[in-house]
Write a protein that binds this ligand. Structure first.
Ligand code: KIV
Length: 271
């Protein structure tokens, strides 16, 4: 890799600068080489190899069956398709249940699959894992709000952080994760005003999905943007293929709407 290539890749300082300059960050999921190339060439800053692949690629009902092997394979074919985007690999269910396991699996994400960052779900209960990864210089995206890997305990895909006590708890979680060394925060299905407050009080970039348009950036599951998710799409998503004739135009329309804060609109946000 040339020095020039290494420098032009989106990195953590570049994302922090975008936050400081109030330039919205565009993120999307991808699971293979060809889609990763389209996203990369459309100027998407972050490509997440989400464990949503369990649902949109493998046809499972939840993300729980996704294995570390699946994630490493899909991340490796995504990273081959990128020159510029920061590639984030989701740590699948139970792949970070101890510090040792988290370090081993996150190292594999970076060394074997070509990821630049790992994402894990969890709040105060995962601080020791985030700290250990940060100490090992492994970039971390922490994911709070709706946590699909906890679906059997939380009882469904519902908005999180409603009510004063839950909101305060989420604000505290975000601050603790940042102190533990998280580089980015992903907020899923959180009331718009709460997400705005967490974003304003964090130095780390905050990326939202179903969290209103005040976050530092937005992410969608690619299949939702393309309108091909099986079943009824979640209310916070938008099918960008409806007004566009090809996939690259749809991705670029999404990127434009995120950068101008037209997406998410009120109808894609929760109160
Ligand atoms: O797995 C996934 O796709 C996610 C979404 C919240 C973007 O984590």
């Amino acid at each position: 890799m040339s020095v020039q290539t290494a420098i032009s890749r989106v990195n953590i300082p570049a994302l922090r600068k975008m936050k400081q300059q109030k330039q919205p960050i565009v993120a999307l999921t991808a699971y293979d080489y060809s889609f990763a190339r389209v996203l990369d060439q459309s100027g998407v800053e972050i490509i997440l190899v989400g464990d949503s692949l369990g649902m949109v690629v493998q046809g499972h009902q939840t993300t729980i069956p996704v294995s570390m092997e699946d994630m490493l394979y899909h991340t490796s074919i995504v990273s081959k398709g990128t020159d510029r985007a920061l590639v984030v690999m989701d740590m699948p269910f139970m792949s970070y249940s101890s510090v040792e396991l988290a370090l081993e699996n996150a190292a594999a994400a970076l060394q074997l699959a070509g990821a630049h960052m790992v994402k894990l779900e969890g709040g105060l209960d995962q601080l020791h894992i985030v700290e250990a990864l940060a100490r090992a210089e492994i970039p971390v995206c922490a994911h709070i709000g709706l946590k699909p890997q906890s679906i059997y305990k939380s009882g469904g895909y519902k908005v999180q952080g409603r009510g004063a006590q839950a909101a305060v708890q989420m604000i505290e979680e975000a601050a603790a994760l940042e102190n533990a060394g998280a580089d980015i925060l992903l907020l899923e299905c959180v009331p718009k005003l709460l997400a705005a407050e967490i974003t304003a009080n964090s130095e780390m970039p905050v990326i939202g999905i179903g969290a209103g348009n005040a976050c530092d950036g937005q992410i969608l599951v690619l299949h939702d943007l393309l309108g091909i998710t099986p079943g009824k799409p979640p209310g916070f998503t938008k099918n960008f293929m409806q007004d566009n004739h090809d996939i690259q135009s749809a991705v670029m329309a999404y990127a434009d709407d995120v950068r101008s804060r037209r997406f998410p609109a009120e109808e894609h946000s929760f109160t």
